[in-house]
Write a protein that binds this ligand. Structure first.
Ligand code: BT5
Length: 266
């Protein structure tokens, strides 16, 4: 049986709707692209595409996401939240929280969030990235978030020698705990937590407080590069807000609310 194939996953899933429409691909270009191409054709909310290898795995701004075949969780989920667009980051928060909790339960590690879309763990006193999220939404004519594809890559069993070179040093769960982690069990637990978290958010409760608690750069001096304008701000990372923006106080005392960017500790 294929480890993360349809038969294995469908019989292990504990969710009601999330991941119930499940498709496994031994290889594809990018699960986000595949799901976006096919979702117009009436896939239900909660549909999930997972692959064991991506030939064009993407981060933001068409950066690459690199993972050796069979080493990771590489998947995309379709949501139809019908939220106002400013609320889209709730999906990133919910997915980050579910993945962080599932990883902690499986490994005993402590997981942090590196704004806006990375999951990190500390190794030898340095924050290492083991997971990244990529949210791609589409607005309906009413201006609401009609469809959203949430992609996540988790470095589960990448051997330490096969980790990609990256700005934020990369790690995997295997590298951090010194033993392989069961990908199927991790996937099933993650999806169950995400379904519960999503339903809680739909009932009106914000995931922001729990997400903010995990932010590793709050209270630190940071440099933020805004994604759209490439404007740089150096200052104190004071807070995040309910829409997932990072609030940075610059040297002149001005507060900037950054919606999308890259942040490094200074
Ligand atoms: C991300 O972008 O971190 C989002 C990654 C999303 C990947 C998933 S996999 C399933 C789905 N299908 C896709 O095609 N994508 C999603 P960003 O914050 O822009 O970070 C990208 C940067 O992370 C790269 O420029 C590298 O420096 C670094 N990187 C690449 N692969 C990595 C890995 N396996 N582990 C840690 N860092 C990595």
């Amino acid at each position: 049986m294929v480890e993360l194939g349809e038969t294995a996953v469908q019989s292990a899933l504990k969710t009601k709707w999330l991941g119930r429409a499940y498709r496994y691909f031994a290889e594809t270009a990018s699960t986000n692209d595949l799901l976006k191409e096919q979702s117009a054709a009436a896939l239900p909310a909660g549909a999930l595409f997972l692959t064991d290898f991506q030939s064009r795995g993407r981060g933001r701004l068409n950066r690459r996401w690199l993972a050796p075949a069979g080493s990771s969780l590489l998947l995309s989920i379709l949501f139809r939240p019908n939220w106002p667009p400013a609320q889209a980051q709730w999906l990133t928060m919910l997915t980050s929280l579910a993945a962080a909790e599932a990883v902690e339960a499986a490994t005993g590690l402590t997981v942090g969030v590196k704004w806006p879309n990375d999951l990190v763990i500390q190794q030898a006193g340095v924050w290492h990235k083991f997971s990244g999220l990529l949210l791609e939404g589409e607005m309906g004519e009413d201006g609401r978030l009609h469809q959203a594809v949430m992609g996540i890559g988790v470095n589960v069993n990448i051997s330490p020698t096969a980790l990609p070179d990256a700005v934020t040093p990369a790690t995997s769960l295997l590298a951090a705990v010194g033993r392989p982690v069961d990908r199927l069990a991790l996937l099933v637990d993650f999806l169950q937590r995400l379904e519960t978290g999503y339903e809680t958010a739909v009932s009106g409760q914000s995931p922001h407080p729990a997400w903010k608690k995990r932010q590793m750069m709050l209270g630190q001096r940071v440099q933020v590069t805004q994604l759209d304008t490439e404007q740089r701000i150096v200052g104190l990372a004071e807070d995040t807000d309910d829409w997932g923006r990072l609030l940075v106080r610059d040297e002149a005392g001005r507060l900037h609310a950054v919606a999308a960017g890259d942040v490094t500790l200074r």
